[in-house]
Design a protein around this ligand. Structure first.
Ligand SMILES: [Zn+2]
Length: 310
């Protein structure tokens, strides 16, 4: 990864930029000083709420694992990089989705709001198979209606969110005016398309959506309501702290790929996510982060969510 970073930097310097990070910001028409200022502001706005949420999570995890909260380690959380809010209740949010066809369900939702996702689904690779990329994305192949998504749908809450997210990008791309010149037939701004996709994704965190899609009856709805609301609220906070880590890690990584990246990584994780650095060297962490869920393309929408929480 460090070799790739150096090569990217070389190319960026040739084009007159400080490093690849500066080049990427310029391509996204973002000003570095104001972006970092925005993240500092977001940090200040979320610190108290995040600390409160983290204390509650630590309390529940410590009870579940039967260890003192002060001894919780990175691997004691429900996902590898503490990017997602855990379900702190005993209610199973996946159970109502057992045996359901998520693709069909999401297509019917989009039909209901006047957007046709069927042509995209028909061209897409929807389920897991051997050797397939395990993530999810949407791709406009020809800027002329051939929009496809790569998904790995399973009947659970995660994919009830990810599927409308990617199809959100898809319907956006599919509906771009095709009489425009080819060069203009792209998403106008990453902020807009990501914001819409995340708004759609967030429905999966809402018990009323489960009810509206006839996934649960009124009795189950009443049980799901409060735990889902708590999880949704925490999700914005937790993702915003993860984004702080990634933004600052990538900046320093491109500024100096030779530095001690493990130390940099854990300093940021401790500072922003409140997760304890393991005593033993944990060499894979920084490297694996590059293979985790895409961060930069997802962050703007989550940031808006995080601020909305505040
Ligand atoms: Zn997206």
């Amino acid at each position: 990864m460090v070799r790739l970073v150096k090569l990217s930097n070389e190319a960026a310097v040739k084009l007159g930029f400080r490093d690849f990070y500066a080049l990427q910001l310029a391509l996204n028409e973002q000003d570095e000083t104001s972006l970092l200022g925005f993240f500092d502001q977001l940090d200040a706005l979320t610190t108290a709420s995040f600390t409160e949420a983290k204390t509650r999570i630590d309390g529940v995890q410590a009870r579940r694992l039967d260890v003192p909260a002060s001894e919780l380690m990175p691997w004691d959380y429900t996902d590898r990089f503490f990017q997602e809010a855990p379900n702190l209740s005993d209610v199973d949010m996946d159970a109502p989705l057992a045996g359901k066809d998520i693709g069909k369900l999401v297509a019917s939702f989009y039909r209901g709001i006047g957007l046709d996702a069927e042509p995209i689904l028909a061209r897409s690779d929807l389920y897991e198979h051997k050797g397939k990329n395990p993530h999810a994305f949407s791709q406009d192949i020809d800027r002329n209606g051939d929009v496809r998504a790569l998904l790995n749908i399973k009947p659970n809450q995660t994919w009830l969110g990810t599927t409308p997210h990617e199809l959100g990008h898809g319907v956006h791309e599919y509906n771009i005016n095709r009489s425009l010149p080819n060069l203009l037939r792209v998403e106008d701004s990453i902020f807009a398309t990501e914001g819409f996709a995340m708004m759609m994704e967030r429905l999966a965190e809402n018990a009323a959506f489960y009810r509206a899609m006839a996934l649960v009856d009124e009795t189950t709805l009443a049980k799901l309501g409060a735990p889902m609301e708590e999880k949704e609220r925490m999700q914005g906070l937790i993702f915003s702290r993860w984004t702080q880590v990634m933004l600052r890690f990538e900046k320093d990584l491109y500024a100096n790929p030779e530095k001690d990246l493990d130390a940099l990584w854990w300093r940021l994780v401790e500072r922003y996510q409140g997760i304890k650095r393991p005593a033993v060297p944990f060499r894979s962490a920084a490297g694996s982060a590059a293979n985790s869920r895409p961060s930069s393309s997802r962050s703007p929408g989550r940031l808006v969510q995080a601020m909305a929480v505040e």
